[in-house]
Design a protein. Structure first.
Length: 263
């Protein structure tokens, strides 16, 4: 485990694996780097992977102060600076995709290529999950809420064949204040006005059966970011990158090998 300290004094834990040009992997809301455990090695044939524990998760500090996706992006920059990496390819899923939007728009000189997975622009232009999903996640019994989240992440067939452990359900060791700050950061994200300024070649990925972050957000992002590519993965839910890892991993590596030139 390696650490860097951000300008506001927060210690951020980060992890580097593999060899080659760096691919930054950004996890979902209230999750640490273990979100990527099952798939990060898929990239190591040609890339090293760089993950971090968001502030409030994993081995990073957990300050009781306001968080935002812009602040998380600044933390990524601090890690890149600590490693002496001027530019990197960035792959963010779920809230990590929102952080990646901030990173690519506000720190364009740090991002070579951008992959946005199962994410949204946030704000009034995004498509929100419906009330049935909200009620399922807000059930008073923790085990029932956890099961509802599992079924939003994965198909029943995949769950039957992969009983766990599952690393996409949130960091179980987060303190309550960190969970609140992560929820607030996700809810307050609105990159709509920033998206047209993204200059990095961009690939948008999403499962067609994603109800947690509705699939309709994918074409919104692809249409808003100049020259972005869109690929929908049939039958996949929110954790498409894990359940459909063979297809999604190949799509990512193919895109990174030959990103389109901007027109």
């Amino acid at each position: 485990m390696t650490y860097t300290t951000t300008p506001d004094g927060t210690r951020i834990a980060y992890q580097v694996q593999g060899d080659g040009a760096p691919l930054v992997l950004l996890a979902g809301q209230a999750n640490n780097h273990r979100w990527w455990n099952s798939v990060r090695a898929d990239f190591h044939s040609v890339r090293s992977t760089l993950t971090l524990d968001y502030r409030g998760t994993g081995d990073s500090d957990k300050p009781d102060t306001a968080h935002s996706t812009e602040l998380f992006a600044q933390d990524v920059v601090a890690v890149l600076d600590d490693l002496g990496i001027d530019r990197a390819d960035v792959y963010g899923t779920s809230m990590g995709g929102r952080v990646a939007q901030q990173l690519a728009a506000r720190h364009p000189h740090r991002v070579n290529s951008l992959i946005l997975g199962c994410t949204s622009p946030g704000g009034p232009h995004s498509v929100e999950r419906d009330n049935d999903v909200r009620r399922a996640l807000a059930q008073p019994r923790p085990e029932a809420a956890r099961q509802a989240l599992l079924e939003l992440m994965y198909t029943p067939r995949w769950l039957a064949e992969h009983p766990g452990p599952h690393h996409t359900l949130g960091d179980p060791d987060m303190p309550a204040h960190s969970r609140r700050h992560h929820l607030s950061a996700g809810n307050r994200h609105d990159a709509w006005d920033l998206l047209p300024s993204i200059g990095a070649p961009t690939l948008v990925l999403h499962g067609t059966d994603d109800l947690l972050n509705p699939t309709a957000n994918a074409p919104l992002l692809a249409d808003r970011i100049p020259d972005a590519r869109l690929h929908l993965i049939p039958g996949a839910r929110h954790a498409y990158f894990e359940e459909a890892r063979t297809l999604s991993g190949r799509l990512v590596l193919d895109f990174l090998a030959a990103p389109p030139r901007r027109s």
